[in-house]
Write a protein that binds this ligand. Sequence first.
Ligand code: HEM
Length: 595
Amino acid sequence: MADDRKADLNPTAASTLAALADTTTVLLKGVVLPVPALPSEPEVESAAGSHPAAGAALGPSGAVERTAIGEPIYDRAARDDIQGNIIPGFNKDHQQFLFLRFGTAESARRWCGGIAPSLASMHEVLSFRREFRAQRLALGVREPGMRASWVSVAFSHRGISTLAGRRQADEFGEQSFRQGLAERSTFLGDPSDPAHPGHRDNWVVGGPGTEADALVIAAADRPADLDATVAEIRRTATDHGMELLFEQRGQTLPGNLQGHEHFGFKDGISQPGIRGAQSALPGDELTPRYLAETDPRAQLFAKPGQPLIWPGQVLLGEPRQDPLDPAVASPAATNFPDWARRGSYLVCRRLRQDVVAFWDFAATLAAELDTSPVRAAAILVGRWPSGAPLSRCPDRDDAVLAGDEFANNHFLFDDATRGAVLVPITGYPGDSHTAADQDILGRVCPPAAHIRKMNPRDGATDFGSPADTLMRLMLRRGIPFGEPLAGVPDPSPELLAAERGLLFAAYAATIEDQFEFVTRRWANSAVQPNVGGHDPIIGQRERRDGRSRTIDLPTAAGGARTHRLDREWVVPTGGGYFFAPPISAVAGVLAGIER
Ligand code: HEM
């Protein structure tokens, strides 16, 4: 088997894969972010045991306080209640996902009460992230030397039924959540043939009979710190009669490929910015704002290319996106139990990546397109390995653009990039990179490219306007698992055969209208959101004649040619649909303590 894999990897693909080790990114350096002078806030007790009910930040009239432009304010009590991996996200290089099955209901509730004080809150992670980001930009290094270890928890419908009773669990309005990932699997396009490795019967966790009750995600900057945290989680789980169904270590790739997924591409660049603030003071927003007030897009974007979405797209019970006007909020959803407010659904998919098959295809495609394998692969993703967007550098990778966080996501598809007016940022040289041209027909970044499929940005879609697309965005929190192959010269047969992939994790306020929508309706369709083929990274197609997909790529003559993708390089191997509650609920109702 191992030797077969080596034979698979054609020499061009092999040398391209090894050369990925040289991918460079020139980070910004000497940049001093504007920081508002904030008055110190009165401290509140932050132990989870004394969390106030979610819904703080109430003004004298009892109404939720809002900023001048109507965004909700999350005061300290609210920030202590929301789990920090939702907003702003752990974003740590070392993480462990632990899939647990409860023993008795009583011991599971005691376990909840016990784990609640160790959960990292929005406040804790936000404070760390602000400082970390400021130091990284000032020093121009990826790791400015700050350290923390964090834990988060989420429960499946099964888990919540055990902890709070079936009636409470059934109050969650999402049918997908009530059914679970295994039951939705074929609906998502996963293989329906039990002989296929991606069939749910073959999953390492989350298939029929192996569905988890709880998913604990632990994260740290250093492996040793993570080991200590995980040992403690395992110990308390065992003490409470729980079974560890499966656990997976996730870690970023080494060296220049830090922050890249296994195919070798920088991941986690494009995330929506969440509206809302810590206080009414200018500059105290949850997502830092860098567009000057004189730029009309300041109401819509946090920084160039980062659209703002209302918090109710991620947190239950918060103001949501309006389907027509992104600047105004729609009323909050109410289809969940009261205690779940400010929690979020968590989709977890363990996706195996066949790096050899991907690069082998890239090499073949490159020959057909008369280009390099790296450029062929970049066409499939929509970005170069460094993360630089194809739209702004169609011909070659650009390490400086990739490292400029105010420019690397600043592009649209239907419209050309128009310069943004930024607030003064000391040390930032400005965005002088080549602007993206208008690309309605997808001659630079094809409609099938993964990033264009997942976020068509300003383009009209099968479903409506760009305002609708904003309602599909999620907060992605995934991390690679397994030994890397990208960047390794002359890999051993064992390394070639080893399993690797992405622990995909995404928070959203609906599973059906966000994760399932983009998966089923867009990635798996050759004609939606626009004609041009399936998503070549995650698209799946299940037909009687097999699972092959197609992508349409422009030809030099001006037309397009359809290319067939016969092999699959991303295969589902586990996961689950979960709900990440507010910390007060983990310490309260889910621990059997009514508050
Ligand atoms: C192994 C599987 C996957 C790989 C290798 C992969 C890789 C990537 C890469 C390299 C990027 C560009 C970096 C960035 O903009 O952050 C990206 C962006 C993105 N991916 Fe994936 N991805 C995978 C699975 C998924 C899944 C399952 C979904 C959702 C169903 C998804 C949704 C997105 C979204 C929304 C973006 C950002 C698009 C944008 O706003 O421009 N990805 N992915």
